[in-house]
Write a protein that binds this ligand. Structure first.
Ligand code: SF4
Length: 88
């Protein structure tokens, strides 16, 4: 998954570093370090961090994309065999 932190918005509240310490880390008092290509295993934590950020500085493409969830579900394999043809 890919994520971006808008460092112009980030106020260093460190909510993200608290919720997803493997992805976000405060560097001293001024800077936030983060992994822009976090592991999939971190998805839920990153989602929580993004939700908790007071200034919505954390942007995650897979979370924001409506079809992101759909892409992870099995393909809509409608079984064609035995399909009812309501043909008059
Ligand atoms: S929670 Fe938001 S404002 Fe706080 S350090 Fe993380 S990105 Fe910055």
């Amino acid at each position: 998954m890919r994520l971006v932190v808008d460092l112009n918005r980030c106020q260093g509240y460190a909510q993200c570093a608290f919720l997803a310490p493997d992805v976000f880390a405060m560097h001293g008092d001024e800077g936030l370090l983060y992994d822009p290509q976090a592991q999939e295993a971190q998805r839920e934590r990153v989602a929580q961090a993004a939700a908790a950020c007071p200034v919505q500085a954390i942007l995650v493409d897979d979370l924001d994309r409506p079809d992101g969830a759909a892409a992870r579900t099995p393909a809509t394999a409608a079984s064609g065999a035995g399909g009812e043809a309501s043909d008059g």
